[in-house]
Design a protein around this ligand. Structure first.
Ligand SMILES: [Fe+2]
Ligand SMILES: [Fe+2]
Length: 206
């Protein structure tokens, strides 16, 4: 494999950095595939829930798919817990950082905050404030966060639910991570797409 000439960055020249840029672009093209491998690792993570984090992720994405959600939402649902193994105390921010250059801002925002929104389902059992999500009530994506947790995240711990196989989602992940990063048309700042589209859901159910 070809390498740069320098051993300290300060010594690099234009040829080195042009070469590096092209090499890093190529490597970034494999991010989708790497993320699918990282997702599979969630299957081994010790879990006291009744399904593994991997199964939970597949169930979340399957529910999104069956709700008629678009590709950004489905990929967000699939990868929302990708940080569980490496960032257990801020896994939502971890996942959002991975998704941010490629996904619609709406979906990244919801993934970034889903840990806090999920507290609605258990914080009161510890004397905490289950409505801590209200902190974000003025966000244009507040209702999306509520719905994401209600319909997809908190509901996906069911060993009897039949999730779709990862192969179904693979092309969607590859497509999203093949996008040119940070392109305004994909980030679509401020734009909201519904989590549930009954018409599309009906077509997919056929
Ligand atoms: Fe989570
Ligand atoms: Fe989750």
């Amino acid at each position: 494999m070809q390498h740069v000439k320098f051993t300290q960055m300060a010594e690099g020249d234009r040829e080195d950095y042009t070469f590096l840029e092209a090499h890093e672009r190529e490597s970034a093209g494999a991010v989708g595939t790497r993320l699918l491998a990282a997702l599979a690792d969630l299957d081994d993570a010790a879990s006291a829930y009744r399904v593994s984090r991997y199964e939970h992720s597949l169930q979340s994405a399957t529910r999104a798919w069956r709700d008629g959600a678009d590709i950004d939402w489905v990929v967000a649902a699939l990868l929302h817990d990708i940080g569980d193994l490496y960032a257990p105390y801020n896994h939502d921010e971890y996942a959002a950082s991975v998704l941010r250059p490629y996904l619609r801002e709406q979906c990244t925002w919801v993934v970034a905050h889903h840990g806090l929104f999920q507290r609605y389902y258990y914080a009161h059992h510890f004397g905490g404030d289950r409505e801590v999500r209200r902190r974000h009530k003025d966000s244009p994506y507040y209702e999306d966060g509520v719905l994401f947790c209600e319909r997809w995240d908190q509901a996906s711990f069911d060993p009897s639910y039949e999730a779709m196989p990862v192969e179904h989602f693979q092309p969607l992940v590859v497509e999203v991570f093949s996008r040119e990063p940070y392109r305004p048309e994909f980030i679509a700042a401020g734009q909201r797409k519904p989590l549930v589209d009954p018409q599309v859901a009906a077509q997919r159910a056929e």
